[in-house]
Design a protein around this ligand. Sequence first.
Ligand code: ATP
Length: 316
Amino acid sequence: MNNAIIEVDGLVKRYGKFTAVNGIHFKVREGEVFGLLGPNGAGKTTTMEMIEGLRRPDEGRALVAGFDTKKDLKKVKEIIGVQLQSTSLFDLLHVHEIIRMYASFYPSAVPIEPLLDDMILREKMNERVKNLSGGQKQRLAIALALVNDPKVVFLDEPTTGLDPQARRTLWDIVLRLKERGKTVVLSTHYMEEAHVLCDRICLMDKGQIVALDTPEQLVRSLQSDSAIEFRLPEWVRDDKAREQEVLTLVQSLPDVKQVDQRKDTFVLYTDHLQNALTAFIQQTAEQNIRISDLQTRTATLEDVFIHMTGRSLREE
Ligand code: ATP
């Protein structure tokens, strides 16, 4: 990859005997929105913080614009902007004060009022930080990450805990950063967010990379674009032999490429939804199998994650 602005090469981080990040490699292209997607504890924050130079890797190295985060941290800091968690903001300062304070840390800073406009915070510039909503605090945290006009911006779960509207406002902000040529590295455990925002997604689980590609290619890797979901009535679920019969039947249906069973829900993957669904309904009726909660949907990144790991992104 010629235009890589970040290179992660065999990063490992251990906490005592526990390995939080276990030898990962990837490159981030200049100007892309690169997502780290995974459940809680996957190692996303640890990975980002090693690239930012905030945590020291036990093995491997990370380069930002060619500078090693262990050896050239000062140079790296000139290039990157890091969104701090809102809890670490100074509650009693006014919005414009905290931005000016951050700007004073750097030899040069962007003009503050356009930055406030971009983050939709102009009306709040004289407000104390503690009076801001969750979404406004997150936008302020991003504004602080942008004061030094960084080439690379790190956003660690920027929308966690926000309501849907505040989340969408933040998505627009991230897309605008990309339009302006910034490279954005974003961690999230929301697959919709990763799908909407990211050019490429690094799926992480238990400190390792399970897949890395564009959202479209990741979903395509399932080789099925649709899913049929259903459940069995409770009395069948308790009858393991009957449940096995159902599993065998759905596995042999025409155009069903793969079947996953997640707790009491069966998921059938297909590229020919109509054929598979028709056969499914015919054969379950013939075999007198009662089903409930039947639905069809498009395959998602969540399906990719489950297929690769056997676990859901939402599991704790
Ligand atoms: P989340 O979505 O919950 O933030 P994450 O994918 O960002 O998760 P990390 O915060 O990187 O995950 O944590 C990875 C693992 O390392 C977790 O099991 C976490 O408990 C552990 N961990 C993180 N920091 C420390 C630390 N300072 N000491 C011990 N263990 C830690």
